[in-house]
Design a binder for this molecule. Structure first.
Ligand code: FAD
Length: 392
């Protein structure tokens, strides 16, 4: 394989984070190479595409909740710009979300989180059982009530990848189907990236966006290695019969303490997810999690029994010790880390792409991103550079 000549930026990883950052950097005028043996086939492929700042707000993660809200606000313009740049629809759907509690203790748990969501000023309201079923008549009659998150929307993450690949190509980005083995460093600066297949792409800047494998790329000092780990998730793709009532909103079920969701796409498919499993890099589909997920989904929406089962997909979320992304400068000059987006990488795509492009170009980064620099994990004394623009 021919190794491209020197470029301004090499992006390691062509998931939604690497591709969107590459597109933005190219729009800024940089020459860009993306390295990935299978672009778009990591966590990005398995995801459900929920854009859920409210449903994903968790106790103790307030700064992340604020970033998630900004990201959700950025999505309509991001989707529009991506569709214009690629000529490809991404199926952004502003259809909202209903949370449904199955038993009394689930109802109490939904109410607890609702109080937290409302205290953060998030867009949520309590629903009775009847109100849940007025919004989504396919919900089980026994649902004990729930909540509406009217601003939690969705996008088809697979269409987003397709569109990003076209937008990147049109902006002059070269995608090389190879793996990065090592970031090469000369003095205090990155010099390029050595490829597993041989050769080195020389570059003035390197973006580390290899998802849950971002910690495995060689050549970096310890403080620049992001503490990401794979957190396995299973999603199922179902299809409702062409005739008959269909879900409109995303449904998030709490079923005897276990979470599931159903995300209805415009094309009639429904994404059901997702498990959270600590199994290293193992992506085998085990029967038990499939059973549990289907059982929970049909408890919340009994019509699922009649749906066709089209696909089982597993992927590894890039998890971090505090469940938040790692975006900023680290280690040698010219290195930008953009990983660790865990449960919310599709949601966080627009704000991450903007932050990476800003770091590469020396523009200020949005203050909401400041808490998420790599420096928060660096050993004492090595933490100074997170969030500082590359060009500054
Ligand atoms: C089951 C599941 C459901 C999810 N649902 C949602 C959701 O509804 N909403 C949401 O916002 N988020 C969701 N997520 C999270 C989201 O998918 C991730 O946070 C996001 O996709 C991370 O994107 P990424 O580009 O960092 O990683 P990935 O998509 O994993 O991409 C990383 C890429 O790096 C490449 N790579 C790895 N090592 C190297 C190397 N050495 N050299 C070159 N390339 C390399 C891989 O081939 C891969 O393509 C879900 C995730 C899972 C698993």
């Amino acid at each position: 394989m021919e190794v491209p000549g020197p470029v301004d930026v090499v992006v390691i990883g062509g998931g939604v984070i690497g591709l969107s950052a590459a597109w933005y950097a190219a729009r800024d005028g940089a020459s860009v190479v993306v390295l990935d043996p299978e672009p778009g086939r990591g966590a990005t492929w398995a995801a459900a595409g929920m854009l859920a700042p409210v449903g994903e707000a968790h106790f103790g993660e307030e700064p992340l909740a604020r970033l998630n809200v900004l990201a959700a606000q950025a999505w309509p313009a991001f989707a529009e710009a991506l569709e214009a740049a690629s000529g490809t629809a991404v199926a952004y759907r502003a259809t909202g979300t209903v949370a449904a509690a199955v038993d009394a203790s689930d109802r109490a748990a939904v109410d607890d989180v609702l109080r937290f969501q409302l205290a953060l000023g998030l867009d949520a309201r309590r629903l009775s059982s009847g109100q849940c079923r007025e919004l989504e008549p396919l919900l089980a009659p026994g649902i004990r009530g729930g909540a509406e998150f009217a601003g939690d929307h969705q996008v088809d993450n697979r269409l987003v990848v397709t569109a990003l690949l076209v937008a990147c190509a049109r902006a002059g980005v070269t995608v090389v189907a190879d793996e990065a083995s090592t970031v090469t460093v000369t003095g205090d600066r990155v010099a390029g990236v050595a490829l597993r297949g041989g050769g080195t792409v020389a570059a003035g800047a390197v973006v580390l966006a290899a998802g849950c494998r971002s910690g495995q790329v060689g050549g970096l000092p310890p403080e620049a290695v992001p503490p990401v780990r794979p957190v396995k998730g299973l999603t199922l793709r179902l299809r409702a019969p062409a005739s008959g009532p269909a879900l409109v909103r995303t449904v998030r079920g709490l079923v005897h303490g276990r979470s599931c969701y159903l995300v209805p796409r415009a094309d009639g498919s429904i994404v059901v997810g997702a498990t959270m499993e600590e199994r290293g890099f193992d992506l085998t589909v085990q029967a038990g999690p499939v059973h549990d997920l289907l059982d929970d989904a049909r408890t919340v929406v009994p019509a699922v029994d009649e749906y066709g089962l089209e696909e089982l997909t597993t992927g590894s979320r890039p998890g971090t010790p505090d469940n938040a992304p790692v975006v900023g400068r680290a280690g040698p000059d010219g290195l930008v880390v953009a990983t660790g987006h865990f449960r919310n990488g599709i949601l966080l795509t627009p704000v991450t792409a903007e932050a990476v492009a800003a770091l590469l170009a020396g523009r200020p980064v949005d203050a909401a991103m400041a808490p998420f620099g790599p420096g928060r994990f660096a050993p004492e004394g090595a933490a100074g550079r997170a969030g500082t623009p590359v060009g500054a």
